[in-house]
Design a protein around this ligand. Structure first.
Ligand code: ADP
Ligand code: ZN
Length: 747
C-alpha cells in the first residue's frame, strides 16, 4: 500500500515501521546521532529540546538555517504520541516529509494539495498511531474532521512553525493562526512549541500572550550567520559585475534578485546568451511556469534563478551558494531575509549587493507616490539601508543591530569591510619569487590561472598536457588559494614585474625588473587577502578543504539517486555530507557513520553505494582514509556572542600560551597573532614579558632602536610613516613586532 502520492511515492507503510529506528528509552543525543547523523547540536537546540521534553511550552527564535526543525523532530521521536506541526507553507510540508522519509521517520502531511483518496489514507495512518509527525496547514488543523482525528490519538506536542503569523504586528499575519490558541485548550496534555525566524519584541510578546506562554521559556539564538560572506559593491557595470561574480561559482546554485519583472526578464536573457543555466521567476509568469522553474532549481537541473522578491518564501533548498542583489532591496529586514536563503546548510555562501545612488533615487520616487502614512516608514527603511550600504564598518554590526543584537567580534573575517581592514602591505618576496619562477619555467606562454594551478599542484588536463607536473615549481605554492595567487599575480603586474599580453590569452612574461627580483631577491611588498587565507577564518565560515574531483563524482551519484526517488538531491544527502566525504575518504561503514548527516537509515540505504565509489576512487589514486581519530581533534567552539577575538587571543597569551601555540590553534600566521596582541595593548591592557618579542626579530640592534624612536616620534597607530622613515630597513612584519614591544613596554 502506498502512503500517498503527495509525499514519497516509493516507501510503503511496512517500510516505515521497519525503519523506525527509535526506542523510547533513547536520549536526545543518541537520536541526534543515529537518526539524523549529526555529531553536535547547533546553538540552543539542546536547550529547546530539553525544555520541550520537560513539558514546558516554549518559544524559540532562531535565524533561517538555525536548525529549528530538529527542535520538534527529536522530541517527537521521544514522545509516546503524535506531534502535529502547523505550517502555512504547503510546499515546505512536502519537503519536510520527504526529508523525514529519507531518514526513516514516519511522517505525513494533510493539506489541500492532497487528492481525496490520499487524504483518507493519510487520516487512516494517523489514526493507526504509527505516525510520529503530522504536518498540517492552519485551516486544516481547525477543521472538525482534523480535530476529531487528533482526539482519537494521543497528541504529545503541538508545534507552531512560522509563529509570527499569529501576530497582527508581524509582516505575515494569518487570522487562522490566532485560533490555534483555542485548539490548545482542547488538548491540555500536549506541550506547545512555537518557532519563528522573524520576530520583533512586539511580535514576540504577542505570540507569548496569545498562546499564554511564560516568559522564561523563551530562547533567542544569535541572528549572525557566520557562513555568509557579505559584500557590497558600487554598481558600475551591473551586467559585467554579475558575470564576473557568477564565474566564481561554476555549477552552483544561486538566486539573483531584481527590482522589476522587466529587469528579471532582461537579465535572464542576457545570462542565457552567456551560457548560464538560468530561469526567471516573477508574478508575470503563469503558475505553471513559476512552478516548473522553481522545481528545476530545487532539483539542481537549473543553476540560477533570477527573481523579484516573491521568490524564496516557499523553498527550503539548503545548498544555495550565492545571493546577488542586482537592485536595492526594500529594507534591511527584507535584505537579511533574502540573503538568509543562502547557505542554510552551514557551508560558506556569498552575498553580493550592487549599490548605486541611482537606485536609491528610483526608490525615493516610488516612495513619493505612496500615501503620507506609509511614506514615512518607507523612508526610514530606505535610510537604514543606504546607511548600511555606505558604511565602512563591519557589515554585521548594522545588520545585527537592526535585530537588536550587538556584534563585537570584529573583524568578522567574512565581510568586505573587514577584509579590507586587513590589507596592510606585507613582505611577499617569497610568494613573488615562486610565481615569477613558475612563469619562467613554463616558458612565459601561460596566463595567471595556469601558473596558479601549477603552483597549487593541480593535475588538470592542461597541466598534464604540457607535463608541468614535472616542473620543480609544481605544487610549491599550497600555502595560498587560487584566488590569492591571482591576487598576487595582479600586483606583480601592477608593480611592473610581469607583463601581460594584450590578446585574449593574457599570457605573462617577466620584465627586466621581474628578472632582477628573481635574481637579486629584492624584497617585494604586497597584499594577500588575508581573512580568506587563514584556516581559522575558513573554519569560522564553515569551509573545509576537500577533494573537488571526488565531490563532483559524489554529486553526480546523488543526482542519480535523487532522480530515481523523485526527490530533490538535498533530500538524499546535504552538500555538507558530500564535502565531508570528499575531505575524509571514509572507507568503512564505521567511518561513514561519523560523517555529518549519515544516520542509521541512510547508512543502510546508501552506505554500500557510497563506499564502492569512495573505495574505487581511493584505489585508483592511491589515497587513504583521513578521518581524525575518534574523540581526538577537539573542535574549537565559538560562542555566538562573546568577547572579541583579539581579547580571547591575548588572554590566552597572558595565561601562558606561546605565540606559536596560538598560531596553531587559530591556523593563522604570526603577523595575525601579533596584530591581535597589539589591538589588546591599544585597548590599554598589559601583556606578559615583552622581551619575548625582540627575540623574534632578525634585525640589527641599531635598526631596532631607530624604529622604536620613530614610533615615539610618529605614533604607533600607522606603520607606513615609520616604514618610510626607516627607508625600508625594517619590513612590515618586523615593525609589527617592534610596535608590540613598544606598546607593551610603555609605562
Ligand atoms: P531552519 O528551519 O531553522 O531554517 P532547518 O531546520 O531547515 O533550519 O536546518 C537547517 C539545516 O541545518 C538543515 O540542512 C539541517 O539538516 C541542518 N541541521 C540542523 N541541525 C543540525 C545539527 N545539529 N548539526 C548539523 N546540521 C544540522
Ligand atoms: Zn565584518
Amino acid at each position: 500500500m502506498l502512503i500517498s502520492a503527495g509525499c514519497s511515492g516509493n516507501l510503503t507503510y511496512g517500510d516505515i515501521i521497519h525503519h523506525m529506528p527509535v526506542t523510547p528509552t533513547q536520549s536526545p543525543e543518541t537520536i541526534l546521532n543515529t537518526v539524523f547523523g549529526y555529531q553536535e547540536y547547533k546553538p540552543l537546540q539542546r536547550e529547546v529540546i530539553q525544555n520541550v521534553l520537560s513539558q514546558r511550552d516554549t518559544l524559540a527564535i532562531m535565524p533561517t538555517g538555525g536548525g529549528k526543525s530538529l527542535c520538534y523532530q527529536i522530541p517527537a521521536l521521544l514522545s509516546p504520541g503524535l506531534t502535529v506541526v502547523v505550517s502555512p507553507l504547503i510546499a515546505l510540508m512536502k519537503d519536510q516529509v520527504e526529508q523525514l522519509d529519507a531518514l526513516g521517520v514516519p511522517a505525513l502531511f494533510l493539506n489541500s494539495s492532497l487528492s481525496f483518496d490520499d487524504y483518507q489514507v493519510n487520516m487512516l495512518l494517523v489514526r493507526s498511531g504509527e505516525i510520529k509527525l503530522l504536518y498540517v496547514a492552519p485551516e486544516t488543523l481547525l477543521s472538525p474532521r482534523t480535530l476529531n482525528l487528533l482526539e482519537s490519538v494521543t497528541l504529545s506536542c503541538l508545534t507552531i512553525d512560522e509563529a509570527h503569523c499569529i501576530s497582527e504586528w508581524g509582516h505575515d499575519f494569518r487570522p487562522e493562526y490566532r485560533q490555534i490558541a483555542q485548539v490548545r485548550k482542547r488538548f491540555p496534555q500536549a506541550v506547545c512549541l512555537a518557532l519563528t525566524a522573524t520576530a520583533t519584541d512586539r511580535v514576540r510578546q504577542d505570540i507569548k500572550d496569545t498562546l499564554a506562554f511564560q516568559d522564561d521559556n523563551e530562547f533567542v539564538a544569535s541572528f549572525n550567520r557566520e557562513n555568509l560572506m557579505i559584500e557590497v559593491l558600487p554598481k558600475t557595470d551591473p551586467g559585467g559585475q554579475t558575470l564576473a561574480f557568477l564565474q566564481r561559482f561554476p555549477d552552483q546554485s544561486g538566486i539573483i534578485y531584481c527590482f522589476s519583472r522587466k529587469q528579471v526578464d532582461d537579465l535572464t536573457a542576457f545570462l542565457s546568451t552567456k551560457g548560464f543555466s538560468v530561469r526567471a521567476y516573477h508574478a508575470g509568469l503563469s503558475d505553471h511556469e513559476r512552478k516548473t522553474n522553481q522545481e528545476d532549481f530545487i532539483r539542481d537541473d537549473v543553476q540560477i534563478i533570477v527573481a523579484t522578491i516573491a521568490f524564496g518564501m516557499g523553498i527550503n533548498k539548503p545548498n544555495v551558494r550565492f545571493v546577488v542583489h542586482y537592485d536595492l532591496p526594500k529594507s534591511i529586514e527584507s535584505y537579511y531575509q533574502e540573503i538568509g536563503r543562502a547557505g542554510r546548510d552551514g557551508l560558506p555562501a556569498h552575498c553580493l549587493l550592487l549599490y548605486s545612488y541611482a537606485d536609491v533615487a528610483k526608490l525615493r520616487y516610488f516612495i513619493d507616490q505612496k500615501a503620507e502614512s506609509e511614506r514615512q516608514v518607507a523612508y526610514l527603511h530606505l535610510n537604514a539601508l543606504t546607511n548600511y550600504a555606505e558604511s565602512s564598518m563591519c557589515r554585521r554590526v548594522p545588520l545585527l543591530a537592526y535585530f537588536g543584537e550587538k556584534y563585537d567580534d570584529e573583524p568578522c573575517g567574512a565581510c568586505d569591510n573587514c577584509l579590507k581592514a586587513n590589507d596592510e602591505p606585507e613582505d611577499i618576496t617569497i610568494a613573488a619569487q615562486k610565481f615569477l619562477s613558475c612563469v619562467k619555467r613554463t616558458g612565459e606562454r601561460f596566463a595567471a590561472t595556469h601558473i596558479a594551478h601549477v603552483l597549487l599542484g593541480t593535475d588538470n588536463e592542461k597541466v598534464l598536457k604540457y607535463r608541468h607536473q614535472e616542473l620543480s615549481t609544481f605544487g610549491i605554492g599550497k600555502e595560498f588559494t587560487r584566488k590569492q595567487w591571482l591576487h598576487i599575480a595582479q600586483q606583480l603586474i601592477q608593480k611592473g614585474l610581469l607583463e601581460q599580453s594584450n590578446d585574449l590569452y593574457r599570457t605573462l612574461r617577466l620584465t627586466p625588473k621581474g628578472s632582477e627580483v628573481l635574481r637579486s631577491r629584492e624584497p617585494v611588498l604586497g597584499i594577500v587577502p588575508q581573512a580568506e587565507k587563514t584556516a581559522a577564518a575558513r573554519k569560522k565560515a564553515g569551509e573545509m578543504a576537500y577533494d573537488r574531483d571526488l565531490f563532483a563524482l559524489l554529486r553526480e551519484k546523488r543526482k542519480d539517486l535523487a532522480d530515481a526517488a523523485h526527490v530533490p538531491p538535498y533530500v538524499i544527502f546535504s552538500d555538507r555530507t558530500l564535502v565531508e566525504i570528499a575531505a575524509y575518504y571514509p572507507l568503512t561503514p564505521d567511518s561513514l557513520k561519523r560523517i555529518n548527516g549519515i544516520g542509521q537509515v541512510k547508512l543502510e540505504r546508501y552506505g554500500d553505494i557510497l563506499l564502492d565509489l569512495v573505495q574505487g576512487f581511493c584505489r585508483e589514486r592511491g589515497l587513504e582514509e583521513k578521518l581524525p581519530r575518534k574523540g581526538g581533534e577537539a573542535r574549537p567552539t565559538r560562542q555566538a556572542v562573546g568577547k572579541p577575538r583579539h581579547v580571547i587571543v591575548a588572554e590566552a597569551y597572558n595565561a601562558g600560551q606561546s605565540i606559536s601555540d596560538l598560531m596553531q590553534e587559530y591556523g593563522v600566521k604570526r603577523g595575525t597573532i601579533i596584530d591581535h596582541l597589539a589591538a589588546f595593548t591599544q585597548d590599554g591592557n598589559a601583556l606578559r614579558q615583552s622581551e619575548d618579542f625582540l627575540s623574534m626579530l632578525d634585525l640589527p640592534g641599531e635598526q631596532q632602536e631607530a624604529a622604536l624612536q620613530a614610533f615615539e616620534q610618529l605614533g604607533s597607530k600607522f606603520l607606513k610613516p615609520v616604514f618610510e622613515q626607516l627607508g625600508g630597513a625594517a619590513t612590515y612584519d618586523d615593525l609589527k613586532i617592534l610596535r608590540l614591544h613598544f606598546l607593551s613596554s610603555r609605562k
